[in-house]
Every structure is written in structure tokens, then in C-alpha cells.
Design a protein around this ligand. Sequence first.
Ligand code: ZN
Ligand code: ZN
Length: 374
Amino acid sequence: MSTADLSVLPPMRTGARAGRLRGALEAGTDVDALLVTRLPNVRYLTGFTGSAGVVLVTGQELLFVTDGRYRTQAAEQLEAAGVDARIAITATGSSPRDVLARALADSGVTRLGLEAHGVTWAQQRTYADWFAGSELVATEHLVEGLRITKEPEEIARIRAACAVADDALAELLPLLAEGPTEQEFAITLEHAMRDRGASGNSFDPIVAAGPNGAKPHARPSTRPIERGELVVIDFGCIVDGYCSDMTRTVSVGEPSPEARHMWDVVIESQQLGRDAVREGVTAAAVDDVCREVIVAAGWGEAFAHGTGHGVGLEIHEDPRVASTSSATLASGHVVTVEPGVYLPGIGGVRIEDTLVVTDTGSDPLTLAPKVLVL
Ligand code: ZN
Ligand code: ZN
């Protein structure tokens, strides 16, 4: 029985987002319009979940262009999302050039922003040809800058995805004692999340036992999980477009003293990192707090990744929680805290939670217990 009730997710206020984007364009850029081509951003602005669609945001209108395959879906989803947009449908396989170029001319756009982090060199050349009357301007993370602060309705979806993952893990952990292969356990986990209403994985699950756990992004292998081995389980699912992300490291029976020591260090690092998360703290400071504990244990080199990342419509999004991050955490950000130690030949430990930043601290969304020995 699932603890996540996916039938009561509150309706989102998607229609208000284009107005906020226009505000960001006016305040922070010198472009007259933005061509939104990254699909998570298209979804954020319109509610459209298909695989082909672009949005042109001008001062006057939101123009959504997709192809004939999505005629009905686009109309339904934009209406359901309460989005005030003009929908244009191109013949499948033909380009949106004409409809976009006409809209730019009609609204007098001279400087058109592109999402530089989502546009290939080839696409940029195509757009330069299509929109010869406008100057193309590289922009970065404008829609992502809105997405970084989650609305309560978005947090409800991430929370639901986390609850599905919590619940699936609780049911399946006892199976580890039967010695499944990493692949078998990963597939069972995926199935259990789908069974509870997730639409899919937020990424391919990592189930990495013993020496395989020393690779932070190991792929599940056909090797059976043995007693006394550290097992890193990093997984998540998607509920109504929103991702969850959690890692637990466990052992069936007592692991070696060194493995236990690794786990003790990582859990302390992770707890201090979680405690550091609050409005106004820099993401780099949270990384520092986690790293200090691991460095003090002599394993600084073995913590070879950043401490965490934002989670939302994408599994990795802003803000990055790393020493190189310039982000400052603010209420409504959703981030992971996931320090780890990886020792070749021995194994790995990573412990990860997803948290919502609040004014006074954080609210954990992943709630599965952290217990080393099963
Ligand atoms: Zn993860
Ligand atoms: Zn993560």
C-alpha cells in the first residue's frame, strides 16, 4: 500500500509563468523576445509534455508551435494548464520557420534571445538563416532561473515522487538478503515505482555492490549481491513530470570495519550538510561542510563529485551544490545533499536526500530510514 496519494496533486498555476518570464526578460536582458527550445522549459511554460514544440515569448503573446502529431494533445494540455497562448501547428516534418518569422516581424522583435545552453551550433546557424531580420542573442538559464524556486504545487509533486521511492525501497530492501544480482534488484525497484504510479525513472537506477560501488555512477551488473558488502542504491522516479532522487547504502549483515567506518563518516558528513541547508547559505558553503568531514577522515580525494544539485522537472538542475557553485540557497529551492566516499577495490558509500530549502532550514522530501546493516 503506497503512502503517496497521487490522485490529490494540486493543480499547477502554469499560466502565470510567462508573465514572470517577461518580467525577467525586461529586468535582466536586452532581448525583446525569447525562443524557448529546451523541452523542460517548454513544459514549464505551457504544460505541454510532447517531444516536439517550441515557444516564442514576445511582449505581446505566447506562441506555441508544434507539429500535426500533437494537434490534439497541445490544445488539451495548454487549456488544462490555463495557458493563454496562440497554438500553431506545422505539417509533420516541416519547419516552424514561417510561423515564427512572421510572429517576430509582426511584433517588431529586433533582438531575439536563444537558449544558448540548449541550442547546437547547427541550430544556431539555422535560426540565423530563418530570422535574418532579427539579431540573435545568447541567453543563459532564463527559464531555469524561474524554475529554481519551486511553487508549492511543484513541491507537492516532488514530494509525491520521493514518497513513491521511499515506499518502493521499504518493500524491497528485505529482498537483498536473497542475493539478487544488481540488475535484478534495479529492475525490481523500477517496477515497484511504476506500480505505485510513477511514470518512469528519473534516471537509470544505480545498484552497486562491493567493488562496483567504488564507481560513483556504476551500472548495475549481473553479479549477485553478497552478504557483508556495501550496496549503493541511488534511484528516483517521476510523478507528473517531477523527479525524485535518493541514495541509501546498506549491507546485508555486518560489513568490514573499514566499510562501517566509511559509512559512519559519510552519514556524519551528510547530516551536517543537511543541517547547513537554509535560506541565504551559499551552495558552496554546504559543499564545504560536507567535504570537511570527509577530508578530516583522510578521504578527501575519494569524494570526487559535488555535494548535490537541484531537482525538479529535470533530475539535475539549478542550483548546483558544489565548491564551484555561485548559487545562494533560497526558500523554495529543492536540492540534494549526497556526499560519498569511493575506495577502489573496497567499495563505496553515498547517502543522499532531497530537501526543500526553507527560511529556517530545510524540509526533507526523501524519508527512507538510514540504516547500514539490514
Ligand atoms: Zn541520486
Ligand atoms: Zn543526486
